[in-house]
Design a protein around this ligand. Sequence first.
Ligand code: 5AD
Length: 349
Amino acid sequence: MNEHLFPLIDRLTAEHRLSLDEYEYLIAHRTPEAAARLAEHAVRARQAIYGKTVYIRGLIEVSNICKNDCLYCGIRRSNPNCQRYRLPPADILACCREGYALGFRTFVLQGGEDGYYTDALLCDLLRRIKAEWPDCAVTLSLGERSRESYAALRDAGADRYLLRHETADAAHYGSLHPSAMSYDNRMRCLRDLKELGYQVGCGFMVGPPGQTAAHLARDLHFVETFQPAMCGIGPFIPQADTPFGHEPAGTLELTCYLLSIIRLIRPNILLPATTALGTIHPEGRELGILAGANVVMPNLSPAAVRKKYLLYDNKASDGAESAQCKEALIQRMSSIGYTIVTDRGDIKL
Ligand code: 5AD
């Protein structure tokens, strides 16, 4: 047992912050005992705000067409084996209709950076969703756009925006992305989204090539200072047709450890137990909730396209990953003492 770890965890719990060096130490010297202690504090912190409820989001993967070429991602532009698709507005509306009947009150429209989704198309779609289901929140996750575009989408009714920062280290960012993409523009987007009044989600992968404890410490420091409403983290999982296809995957253990730390940095944060976590371990989602997560995002995409949104190999899309199998999800969550609620699931401030 390392005698420095517990005092650090207690201070993180009380003060919601540590120095960069301390975050790095907490990660690099972690032990199973420290993980258990962090999870215990994290669950208590979440319970004080959200009780035993878990929020659900209906995830609609609108398009796997992407102009970017991120080295880790299966829908990168230069992957010739990816069967491309995009959903027109009528299909997206049909997913929302089905999702509403299933009890979803947040729809997440996620996709690659596909020029088909112009501001005009998206604003019209947002207005239609908001007119038909005024009690629902809409989250967009459509990558980097101009400030003007984000402003127009917000005016048309978008409530939230997910844009993982991917890594808060500019050099590491450069090693995961082609030179056409920039860390500075990523950060510009996140700042713009926040200033425009979105509930903003950042996030990063756990264990992509080249990631060190020092990089993760920077990610945690970024969460601490940016104060996002949401943070999506999941293990890196190799996709065979990408340059990182033979790299090792990130671990369940480190992902859960980081989920607990993020909960303690920002007790009210909306923290999903991600599909990637559910993919690397059959009980990944439950273990994520038990580490401090409070959101799950089952898939509402049409069955015909579901297997094509292949960010990484073996991506889970049936069972409790599927919105149509909400009963299975309810059952799994109740087996660990948690309740799924029919609610927009906004951040409690
Ligand atoms: N493994 C895990 N997560 C991935 N993402 C993209 N590719 C992978 C992969 N191979 C994540 C990125 C992106 C989000 C939509 O999915 O963090 O922001």
